[in-house]
Write a protein of this length. Structure first.
Length: 153
């Protein structure tokens, strides 16, 4: 009987460990089982999205308020169309706010940062940001620097 108790407790410990690993994997990847909260969609157009990917976070003042749900090429505007799902708790984003693609750290992941405007009207389901700032691509900056140094010589 003593051996059976040890086997059951070891089995329970292994099951708890596997569940903990699954939870850590979900947390790290940005996935969730179910949030239970509603959201609304906002759209932004960028000339260059750099390394932005689907499921990237959307933040205001450093606080995560949503995530990127779709990235597609807009054939009419010749730019990238980024669709974001914003948590409905944050339904007071002013109409003149700016969406920017930012990088966390020197070599970190890219995300969408919203710089809050001062308008009295708020963005609603399906609205688009009028003002956007594309990602800074390191290769482009280096190319511009090298081009400027060559032109000076």
């Amino acid at each position: 009987m003593r051996m059976r108790t040890v086997e059951i407790s070891v089995g329970g410990f292994i099951v708890a460990g596997v569940l903990a690993l699954v939870m850590v994997a979900l947390r790290v990847s940005g996935l969730s089982i179910s949030s239970g909260e509603s959201d609304y969609r906002l759209v932004a157009h960028f000339s260059n999205i750099g390394g932005l990917s689907v499921r990237a976070k959307v933040s205001m003042s450093g606080v995560p308020v949503g995530k990127v749900v779709a990235i597609e090429y807009d054939r009419e505007a010749y730019d990238a169309k980024v669709t974001m799902a914003i948590n409905s708790r944050y339904d007071n984003i002013p109409f003149d706010s700016t969406a920017m693609i930012l990088t966390s750290g020197l070599l970190g992941e890219q995300y969408v940062g919203i710089s809050v405007g001062g308008d009295d009207e708020f963005l609603a389901e399906g609205d688009e940001f009028d003002d956007t700032q594309s990602a800074l691509v390191l290769e482009e900056l280096i190319g511009q620097f090298l081009l400027n140094t060559v032109e000076k010589d």
